[in-house]
Design a protein around this ligand. Structure first.
Ligand code: XMP
Length: 505
């Protein structure tokens, strides 16, 4: 493991990614992490990330000196370099302006560990204010630019390596070989992949759970499905899954999930709680109110069903981005109260098992594939916890849910048949609470209006509307109006996020 100490750089997650692409496992820690927190037999090296602060400001985040005494190689990037320089007696040049963008360094690969075998002239990505003017004693300067006298430095004795630029950004032409050289000096076995992740995790889960039992809320989404399969591989029938149908799922969702999981012989309690949920939602139109009702009901139903299992542990498909987001890095504002089961473990007095905590989404998918999850299931678009409730502005009735499910099913089928499902990150139909006049045959109609939403997105924090071909949109609109009773008009949503959100409520 490489410990990555995060000083707030927008690139910290990229460092983790690059390491994993190279087969090395990295974990991010807060800037106040102590040596005791990151130490361990599996610790092979430490990376200090960049960050927006100046190391010369009072109160700037620092480095526990005991980390230097752990004896593993340390790579300081940008702020990390300045921090090491400051703490070890170098001189920092204070700057009021930031240098941002591509730059060319002149490196000295001869005798350098980091630059070994790399060219003298290299394009790099800079993003910094201050820089190191004079390297501390024991360090050799290994790269410079016309404006930055210490663009890189290293102390081979203490195995301290520093870069002013960002090797994790692809604009740094030699970024990957630089990181690889650092990993070599750490003596890392570059063997991180889905297969050995599964082997390792199975052992860890068995140790953690022992003879105990686990209950897991299976939603049919990628995360909970992969978590279920991994737990099942580790502990077999000591795992029971609970699938709650709240009546706001996609058309035939429960049947589909049942079919996907049939070959795995998991124990699953399939719970139809649709009457309970739709009853509680009757007449409610306020978006936040709807979310609260569904969230509360979900906990109630899940707790009741899980109680029947008498489990010792609660399994969850928490992934690495969830962990980072809830640790406060990035500081999100509350736009919508997300319904999740965060309060459950304390209420139910259950210990948590979260086997995917260290994985990014694409790694979760790779793990799913290696566990035999069907490709179609593995590539599913995300589906929100409150389900179709957030796609049904206005009051929710069973009839409106059915109309929406039918329109959505046509949209999904057409996207899959045309290859556009894979090219979009999320797509769905919305049933607007608006009736419009139409003409069908010789008849006047007065029916509901349907909106189609399709977006591309990296992380769902921002999204762009997908440029679906007009012919495809035409076919979908014609089919929906022809085949779905209750809809006589279809519109396509062309707003990005921001300013709109992906869901309608
Ligand atoms: P918004 O609408 O906020 O959605 O742009 C961003 C992403 O989050 C999903 N979403 C949810 N997921 N529980 C979830 O598990 C929720 O309450 C929830 N609300 C929105 C949404 O589908 C999109 O992928």
């Amino acid at each position: 493991r490489i410990a990555i100490i995060d000083y707030g750089s927008q690139y910290t997650r990229l460092i983790t990614r690059r390491l994993r692409e190279l087969g090395a496992f990295g974990l991010v820690y807060n800037s106040n992490a102590t040596a005791a927190e990151i130490a361990g037999k599996d610790l092979k090296g430490v990376i200090l990330s960049g960050g927006p602060n100046s190391v010369l400001e009072p109160g700037a985040p620092g480095l526990d000196p005991a980390i230097l005494a752990l004896g593993v190689p340390i790579l300081g990037i940008c702020y990390g370099q300045q921090l090491l320089a400051r703490d070890l007696g170098g001189q920092i040049h204070r700057s009021t302006s930031r240098e941002y963008g591509k730059a060319e360094i002149t490196a000295v690969p001869e005798g350098s560990m980091l630059f070994a075998g790399l060219p003298h002239q290299q394009q790099v990505w800079m993003s910094h204010g201050d820089h190191v003017e004079v390297a501390p004693a024991g360090f050799t300067v290994t790269a410079k630019t016309p404006s930055v006298p210490v663009a890189a430095m290293e102390d081979p004795k203490r195995r301290l390596y520093c870069l002013q630029f960002h090797p994790e950004v692809t604009h740094s032409a030699q970024g990957t070989p630089l990181l690889l050289n650092f990993l070599k000096s750490c003596g890392m076995a570059l063997d991180w992949n889905a297969g050995n992740f599964i082997e390792e995790k199975v052992q860890v889960i068995r140790e953690q759970v022992g003879k105990g039992t686990v209950v897991l809320g299976l939603s049919g989404g990628v995360d909970s499905s992969v978590a279920a399969l991994l737990l099942h591989k580790a502990i077999g029938d000591q795992l029971t899954c609970v699938f709650v149908d709240h009546g706001l799922l996609r058309k035939d969702e429960m049947k589909q999930v049942q079919a996907y999981f049939a070959p795995f012989e998991l124990k699953v309690n399939w719970v139809d709680a649709s009457d309970e949920f739709l009853g509680a939602l009757a007449g409610v139109t306020d978006p936040e109110q709807k979310r609260k009702i569904i969230g509360g009901k979900f906990i109630e139903v899940f707790e009741r069903e899980a109680g029947k299992v008498k489990a010792d542990f609660l399994g969850q498909g928490t992934t690495y981005p969830d962990v980072i987001e809830s640790s406060g890095i990035g500081g999100a504002i509350l736009v919508k109260s997300h319904h999740n089961v965060g309060g459950l473990p304390e209420r139910m007095k259950l210990k948590l098992v979260e086997p995917l905590r260290e994985l990014f989404k694409d790694e979760v998918r790779a793990t799913g594939l290696a566990l035999g999850l069907p490709e179609e299931m593995n590539q599913r678009h995300p589906f929100p916890g409150p389900g179709l409730a957030v796609r049904l502005p206005g009051a929710i009735t069973r009839e409106r849910v059915t109309i929406l499910q039918n329109a959505d099913a046509i949209f999904m089928q057409e996207l899959k048949d045309s290859g556009w499902y894979r090219k979009t990150s999320q797509a769905f139909a919305v049933l607007l609470p608006v009736q419009t006049v139409g003409i069908m045959g010789d008849e006047r109609t007065f029916e509901w209006m349907c909106a189609l939403r399709a977006v591309t997105s990296e992380d769902f924090m921002t999204a762009d509307w997908a440029r679906l071909p007009h012919e495809l949109l035409d076919r979908i609109a014609q089919r929906i109006v022809r085949e779905v009773k209750g809809i006589n008009r279809v519109v396509f949503d062309i707003t990005s996020k921001p300013p709109a959100t992906i869901e309608y409520e």
